[in-house]
Design a protein. Sequence first.
Length: 282
Amino acid sequence: MLVLANPGLDGMPFTSSTLWGAIQYLGPRETAPAHRHTAAALRFVLEGSGVFTTVNGDRVDMAAGDLILTPGWDWHDHTNTSDGSMAWFDGLDLPAVYNLDAVFFERFAESMQPLTGSDLSEVTHAEAGVRPTTEEVPLKRQVRYRWERTDRALDALLRESGQCSATIEYIDTRTGGSVLPTIACEAQRLLPGYRTPTRRHAGSRICVVYEGSGIAVIGGKRFDWERGDVFVAPSWAAIDLESHTPSSLFWMTDRPLLQALGLYRQHQAEQHQVIEATFEPT
């Protein structure tokens, strides 16, 4: 695992003041032992196949572009059954939980959890817009959001709107709210040559580039991005995007946490911000 430690946070291993990000790699036939923690976590798969995450006994298969949730204090472990490798983006609310002095961690009694089923959460969330009304089928939290469905939804929105940008939010299908109490997740598609409006948001935002290339302007500085890159927009930093090729982006934000505290706000500028400098990595 490569932790994305922001050099502006005085040596803390955090990606922003409230969000933690990393790139995790699981090699052929490897496993990651079962554990749980109070910090909520997500996995956005970048590449690979043949891996599953077990969440509270439920085997959840993983494929490129999928979003997998491991809510706070849920048991989870990872297993690679293939001869290939998988890489994914790990996102947690660890810095927020750390600053609230509420970090707890526990290892499972055995290396891996016993399996109770496969993709059990999808039994009640197999189709969009429907859910059971009987107690015979308990309504579980959806923990896998398949890329094939996200991809179709983004394409459909672009066709219907005739616009050059489309964004959808992943939701908790039980409540209609954000997928996790402290984290909201979005998928965005950009067509080439379009620059999004300049916006500011209270709270941190982390972006993972799933496919495509382009630029982000953050606080007047230009950042070039391509597939596999990760970039961060600090709280209230002005940000806009422009793609060079058809691009798909994954976003995680701390918006639900700020909304719960009555602190969330956003603003859209009338004009694009001026590009004053270009980021040069050291």
